[in-house]
Every structure is written in structure tokens, then in C-alpha cells.
Design a protein around this ligand. Structure first.
Ligand SMILES: Cc1cc2nc3c(=O)[nH]c(=O)nc-3n(C[C@H](O)[C@H](O)[C@H](O)COP(=O)(O)OP(=O)(O)OC[C@H]3O[C@@H](n4cnc5c(N)ncnc54)[C@H](O)[C@@H]3O)c2cc1C
Length: 411
């Protein structure tokens, strides 16, 4: 069966960028349809670091209280686990008004935003609906084709916005080619139980050959093992017991529960990419979030930049979509122009850290031991000002966005 709907704006992808943008546009009274290929938001671990920049946006939207009620852990410092114990490497305490970041399952955040968006009559969310291509009229993107369990859906829209992530099919359909900035690593994600007497922090455990990140999720550790790019297949060729032994050697307190990692099926690979589109738009089409710029996991900024993009896009596009006529190229270019600099700065920092610290460490032979922290670094880390720099850079970001798209009409 084929069906057709018409709307002012069609957003493809119900991740942080798509759902936030859908909420903001519908709230501003713009008829908005969001297509999401999955049946729900409950997926594999997708990252859950909600930084102060996003907490500010949630506050501006009046959603902070509801957000605070979601299951979460507030983190006000990130520690590095070295041979002589833990050292604070990042300190959020000096940030205002939110001196912490929250670790919140991404599906809970998305469910909350989608519920809020659905209060607005102009918002329509089609789950289980996978965009497959674009249709053009007068050399302008005019519609999205999608498959649904009921058949093919055509969504005609005055503007299509691709928020469909790092594998964006709309980007491919529009022949927009990202520039690859390079990443020397991939990440293996897995969970381990957390015991009440475990250390209470959130840790990076640097080492040679690979290193670990342990996110404290109250009753479990969300663990990441950073490995050299393309190294996953080689590791997986060995029994999972070898991997378990490697983790237990690096973090001895995990040894007593490492056997709960029963098979390689429980270890998910994130192929790290850092890329950016030179141009984020075509007539009738704009790409934002990971679809426009995939980020390195360094700093846990992906969700937060996607949300900043959505806020900037809504601020610029809502007035154009409320006015008669089609949003023109200059309006779409203004969104890219607004978001390009902060994206470039963060990616440049990530690429620098990848080249200077991560790549050399991953290239060395794994000796199973945590690294030693040099005396010079230890000296500098005594200063709270220095410890607050990573928190400021990644937690607050650059050119922070604020919700300026129109308010909902009083009911
Ligand atoms: C394993 C993992 C761990 C991560 N850890 C972190 C972290 O700790 N902190 C952090 O900030 N970031 C993290 N990230 C990155 C973060 O998830 C992304 O940067 C962020 O979600 C980008 O948001 P987005 O909305 O642009 O894209 P996405 O979140 O990728 O959302 C895209 C959405 O589009 C949907 N979609 C895709 N194609 C189609 C289609 N054809 N039709 C319809 N729908 C479609 C997808 O199902 C998805 O819901 C992690 C990512 C992964 C994979």
C-alpha cells in the first residue's frame, strides 16, 4: 500500500538531534513530521553523557525537573586511574549553573523529549518508518520516501532535515560527501556488575595497547575498551576469556565479576569516525547532528552537539518556516555557519588528543598495567583551574545555544 502525507518540515531520524528539533519546531507552531526507523528508543547503549550545555537547554524548555526524575548519576569529576591510584583529571565543580554532568540512558532522555513533543498538535512521530530516498521537484528536495510495516510512505515537505546519524542515508541520497578527519581507534562497549563497595567515581584507565573507561551506572559499570582501529576482528578471533583476562589485569577489582561477560555477543563495537560535511545543505535539505559531523567519543560530546545543532536550527528555521514560501539556501547556510565553528573547534581538539596521546599509547605493547602519571602532569593537576579546563571545553562547549524559537501559544 502507498500513502502520502504533506507537512511543512520532515525530519528523518529520531535521535537527540531529530527529536529535539521536532519538539522545538512543533512548539513554535511549525507542522513537523519525524520519521524513525526503529520501533522504540530502547536500543543498545548509545552514549549517555548529558553535559551542562544540554542541562541549560532542558532548563530553558522547562523540562529540567522531569529530566532530574529520570534514573541518572551526577558526575562532578572524572578521574584517571594510574599506577599510584586515582587522580582527578576533569572537574565540573566550578561550572555554573550546573557543576556536574548527568549519565542518563539515552532512551530515557529521548522518551521524555518525544513525550513532550507529542503534547504539541503540530508534531507527528512515525516510528518503524525508514527513509529510503529523496524526491525532487524543480531541482529542490521536495519529499522523502520511506518504508513502513504498512507499505511505502511519501512525505512531501517544504524542508527536509536529515538527523539520521553517522550512516545517514539522506546524505548519500543527496550526494553529500563527508571529509574524513581520521580516528586511530575503535571502542568495545560492554557492561559489568557494580558492587556496593566498588570505587564510587567515573574513571579513565590509561594503559599501553588499549585503555578503559568505566562509567558508574549505580548497579553496573558501562565499560569501554579503546583499541587500535580495526583491531576488533583480531581480538574476537581469540576466546572471550583472553579479553576478560586483559580487563582484569588492567583493573584488578573487576576480576571477581569478569566472568559475567559470557561471550563476544555482549561486546559491541563502535567504529570511531571523525568526519564533517563541507556543505550541510542542498536546496530543500539540511543535515545536522552526526549526519553532518560524526564526533570522536573523547569528551562524550556527540549527544550534546547534536542538541546544540537542533537548537540553532530551530532558532534560525522556525521564523522562516512560519513565514510563507520555501526556506531558501541562505537560511540553510546560516545554520551551517552558526554551528561550523564550535564543531570544528571540538573536532580539532579531539583529533589533537587522538594523535598526541591515544595513537602512541595504542601503538605500544600491552603490558597489562595502568600507566604512570608523570610528575609534571601531577603538578599541574593540583590546580583546580587546570582540572576544570576539560569540563569547560567539553561540558559547556563553544558558542553555546539558547532556545530562541517562538514560545508555544498560551493554552
Ligand atoms: C556505542 C556508542 C556510544 C556513544 N557514547 C556517547 C557518549 O557517551 N556521549 C555522547 O555524547 N555521545 C556518544 N555517542 C554518540 C552519540 O550517540 C551521537 O553523537 C548522538 O546520538 C548523535 O545524535 P544524532 O541525533 O545526530 O544521531 P543518532 O543518535 O545516531 O540518531 C539517528 C537516528 O536516526 C535513525 N535513523 C537512521 N537512519 C534512518 C532512516 N533511514 N530512516 C529513519 N530513521 C533513521 C536512527 O535509528 C537514530 O534513531 C555514542 C555513540 C555510540 C554508537
Amino acid at each position: 500500500m502507498e500513502s502520502t502525507v504533506k507537512t511543512r518540515c520532515c525530519i528523518v531520524g529520531g535521535g537527540p538531534a531529530g527529536i529535539m528539533l521536532g519538539l522545538l519546531l512543533a512548539r513554535a507552531n511549525v507542522a513537523t513530521v519525524v520519521l524513525e526507523k526503529h520501533a522504540d528508543f530502547l536500543r543498545d547503549f548509545r552514549g549517555d553523557t548529558v553535559h551542562p550545555s544540554t542541562l541549560e537547554i532542558l532548563t530553558e524548555l522547562g523540562l529540567k525537573q522531569r529530566f532530574d526524575a529520570l534514573p541518572q548519576r551526577r558526575i562532578n569529576e572524572i578521574e584517571g586511574w594510574f599506577a599510584d591510584g586515582a587522580h582527578v583529571m576533569g572537574d565540573f565543580r566550578g561550572l555554573k549553573p550546573f557543576p556536574y554532568m548527568s549519565l542518563v540512558p539515552q532512551w530515557d532522555l529521548l522518551n521524555m523529549l518525544a513525550e513532550e513533543a507529542q503534547r504539541h498538535p503540530n508534531f507527528t512521530l512515525h516510528m518503524n518508518t525508514e527513509a529510503t530516498g529523496l524526491l525532487y521537484h524543480d531541482n529542490r528536495v521536495a519529499a522523502v520516501t520511506a518504508t513502513t510495516p504498512e507499505g511505502v510512505l511519501h512525505v512531501h515537505a517544504d524542508l527536509v532535515i536529515g538527523c539520521d546519524g553517522r550512516q545517514s542515508c539522506l546524505r548519500d541520497a543527496a550526494a553529500l560527501q563527508p571529509q574524513n578527519l581520521g580516528a586511530p581507534m575503535d571502542v568495545l562497549w560492554f557492561r559489568l556488575p557494580r558492587h556496593p563497595d566498588d570505587p564510587a567515581g567515573t574513571y579513565g584507565v590509561p594503559g599501553k595497547g588499549n585503555f578503559l573507561v568505566l562509567l558508574n551506572r549505580n548497579d553496573y559499570w558501562q565499560a569501554a575498551c579503546v583499541i587500535a582501529k580495526g583491531g576488533s576482528a583480531r581480538l574476537r578471533a581469540d576466546p572471550i576469556a583472553d579479553f576478560r583476562a586483559r580487563i582484569a589485569r588492567r583493573v584488578p577489582f573487576l576480576a571477581d565479576r569478569i566472568d559475567t561477560l559470557a561471550s563476544w555477543d555482549e561486546v559491541k563495537l563502535l567504529e570511531v569516525r571523525v568526519d564533517r560535511l563541507p556543505q550541510w545543505h542542498r536546496p530543500g535539505l539540511l543535515l545536522i547532528g552526526d549526519a553532518a559531523h560524526a564526533m570522536s567519543p573523547i569528551g562524550g560530546v556527540g549527544i550534546n552537539l547534536a542538541i546544540q545543532d537542533a537548537v540553532a536550527a530551530a532558532n534560525i528555521l522556525a521564523p522562516a518556516l512560519l513565514a510563507p514560501g520555501l526556506p531558501n539556501d541562505a537560511t540553510l547556510a546560516a545554520v551551517q555557519q552558526r554551528r561550523l565553528l564550535p564543531t570544528k573547534i571540538i573536532q580539532a581538539i579531539q583529533v589533537l588528543l587522538q594523535r598526541r596521546i591515544i595513537a602512541p599509547a595504542l601503538a605500544s605493547q600491552d603490558d597489562g598495567k595502568p600507566m604512570r602519571l608523570s610528575g609534571v602532569v601531577r603538578f599541574f593537576l593540583r590546580s583546580r583551574l587546570i582540572r576544570s579546563i576539560p569540563a569547560r571545553v567539553f561540558g559547556k562547549g563553544f558558542r553555546r545555544e539558547h532556545v530562541r524559537s517562538p514560545q508555544p501559544p498560551a493554552s
